[in-house]
Design a protein around this ligand. Structure first.
Ligand code: NAD
Length: 257
């Protein structure tokens, strides 16, 4: 059964609350039998992750702090994971950030500081994490990140985050090329808009959701579960021939002219 993830250790980064896409991924991976390791940023979120992971029946998941703006944190986090589980088989990178003032109005007004911070957290972190994770992926592995159409096209208000996603998308291709020789695959999922904590920061998010309902081929928005199931496919051997790819889980919206 190629979809079975029993015996696979997968690191899920970016669960903030039950609406997080990372949590949709975690539930789908858990159902497929994977052993999960959670990372979170900031003490404030530790309790959330503990409470959520406790709802997954079976084994107790390892939960490790990791603020991706800190090289030291990333190193400590993966050292801890190595000590506790040894080999890992996957990383779900579900992390992004931009200041709220950079997610509305004109992109041309983006500040240098805002740009640096957003690109650091939302794009560079994938490379830093991939480098640390590679050392633990001694049996090969799969890395999955989350992107959005705003990195390929201009989407109103997505602004700076669109530029960060474009950098993330290019990073996926370069990382896939570097790591393929170690049997590590790197792919992204371009999710349609989903109401999450981060989405709240995007100006007039409701109208983006409404537009999908009206125009996307499936005439509805997607769910965390649907993104989660696609991630499970990308972590499984079912997708063993796929790397450097961006899979749109967006009700088909991206095909529209
Ligand atoms: P979310 O707010 O639930 O998750 C974002 C996560 O990023 C949080 O857990 C937060 O703690 C984490 N994070 C922020 N700064 C960090 C740091 N310095 N170190 C470590 N973690 C940090 O929102 P979400 O929508 O589930 O976002 C997850 C991913 O999905 C993001 O990359 C987002 O851009 C992407 N995405 C979201 C949508 C959507 O509509 N919600 C659509 C496409 C892609």
């Amino acid at each position: 059964d190629l979809l079975n993830l029993k015996g696979k250790n997968i690191v899920v980064m970016g669960v903030a609350n039950q609406r997080s896409i990372a949590w949709g991924i975690a539930r789908s991976l858990h159902d497929a039998g994977a052993n999960l390791i959670f990372t979170y940023a900031g003490e404030r979120l530790e309790r959330n992750v503990q409470d959520l992971s406790a709802t997954l029946e079976g084994k107790n998941s390892l939960i490790v702090p990791c603020d991706v703006t800190s090289d030291e944190d990333i190193a400590k986090c993966f050292t801890k994971i190595k000590e506790e589980v040894g080999t890992i088989h996957g990383v779900a990178h579900c992390i992004a950030f931009a200041n709220k003032e950079d997610l509305k109005g004109d992109f041309v007004d983006t500040s240098r500081e805002g740009f640096k911070l957003s690109l650091d957290i939302s794009a560079y972190s994938l490379t830093a994490v991939a480098k640390a994770a590679k050392e633990l992926m001694t049996e090969g592995g799969s890395i999955v990140t989350l992107t959005y159409l705003g990195g390929e096209r201009v989407v109103k208000n997505y602004n700076l985050m669109g530029v960060a996603k474009a950098a993330l998308d290019a990073s996926v291709r370069y990382l896939a090329n570097d790591l393929g020789q170690h049997n590590i695959r790197v792919n992204s999922i371009s999710a349609g808009p989903i109401r999450t904590l981060s989405a709240k920061g995007v100006g007039d998010f409701n109208s983006i959701l409404k537009d999908i309902e009206e125009k996307a081929p499936l005439r509805r928005n997607v769910t965390q579960e649907e993104v989660g199931d696609t991630a499970t496919f990308l972590f499984s051997d079912m997708s063993r021939g796929i790397t450097g790819e961006n899979l749109h889980v967006d009700s088909g919206y991206h095909i529209l002219g």
